[in-house]
Design a protein around this ligand. Structure first.
Ligand SMILES: Nc1ncnc2c1ncn2[C@@H]1O[C@H](COP(=O)(O)OP(=O)(O)OP(=O)(O)O)[C@@H](O)[C@H]1O
Ligand SMILES: [Mg+2]
Length: 269
């Protein structure tokens, strides 16, 4: 697929992140076209979540630029990003444990409210009409993800697979143009991962997706394009077939020299 710079929703160029003496990302570039599913893979500690934090604007890179629809990102706070059309899930669940499932998703719908994030907790500055509208949207999102019947429970009382669906509902309720998924398949059964593959394909009808994932079968099944990180550097990019055939990738996962033959499938975790 050939796209020009202006067709990209999101671009990262020359992104470097240092934490003290540790270089977590080193001159990383990435482009996400509308409606595409981009896989971001690499061994533990490669820098994938750090790149997500940069892409979602919550971490300012030491060097490099992020471009969202041809302009700098709109702000550093997640609600700024949500209003601009970027949503994410977190490695692990990151649901608010003392808020109901519904209120967790209302938190994700805040992009559409007038009161800002403070109003989530206090209710101050939010009109009753907004409140009703947000709850209706949140309930519709819970319906879409098959968890509406649990709207009034605390997330921790649900099975893990359902909690993952609540986290997806919270990310998607703001109808983002770009969805960043950080290890959505972790902790799921094979059957749940197959269902997730269908969901991710469905998402890409409406939005672009960047998928960080260790489950290689899922990545190879749903991604149009893959970027492979190792020790903070991009070591390979291409289609799933190209990346699977790249000896550098096998070597990174197996910790063996690049000329050792192997299969990247299932090599991680
Ligand atoms: N806030 C931080 N302060 C210091 N070092 C950090 C910080 N966040 C991440 N790192 C380090 O940066 C490197 C990249 O971490 P990151 O979490 O991005 O990896 P990852 O590819 O997401 O790994 P995993 O697959 O285990 O989730 C690691 O060496 C990690 O220890
Ligand atoms: Mg991570």
């Amino acid at each position: 697929m050939t796209t020009t710079a202006t067709e990209h929703l999101l671009r990262a160029d020359g992104v470097t992140v240092r934490f003290g003496g540790l270089t977590a990302l080193d001159d990383v570039g990435l482009q996400v076209a509308p409606g595409s599913v981009v896989g971001l893979i690499g061994p533990n500690g490669a820098g994938k979540t750090t790149l997500f934090n940069v892409l979602s604007g919550v971490l300012r890179p030491t060097a490099g630029t992020i471009t969202w629809k041809g302009a700098p990102p709109p702000g550093r706070r997640t609600h700024h990003l949500a209003r601009a059309g970027i949503a994410r899930t977190f490695q692990g669940l990151n649901l608010f444990p003392m808020m109901t499932v519904l209120d967790n998703v209302v938190a994700g719908a805040d992009r559409l409210a007038t009161g800002g994030p403070f109003s989530l907790i206090t209710g101050l500055g939010r009109h009753h009409r907004d409140e009703r509208e947000l709850r209706a949207r949140a309930l519709a999102a819970l319906e879409r993800f098959g968890v509406a019947e649990h709207a009034h429970r605390l997330p921790g009382t649900l099975p893990y697979g359902l909690q993952k669906q609540v986290a997806l509902a919270r990310a998607c309720v703001s109808e983002p143009e770009l969805l960043l998924l950080d290890e959505p398949a972790s902790g799921l059964s094979g059957e749940q991962i197959s269902a997730l593959a269908d969901q991710i394909r469905g998402f890409s009808q409406d939005m672009a997706v960047v998928l960080v994932e260790h489950h290689m079968d899922l990545v190879m099944q749903v991604c149009d394009h893959i970027v492979v990180l190792n020790f903070g550097r991009v070591i390979s990019t291409g289609t799933p077939q190209e990346v699977q055939a790249d000896p550098q990738v096998t070597a990174a996962y197996l910790g063996t020299p690049a000329d050792t033959p192997g299969d990247v499938n299932g090599a991680a975790r």
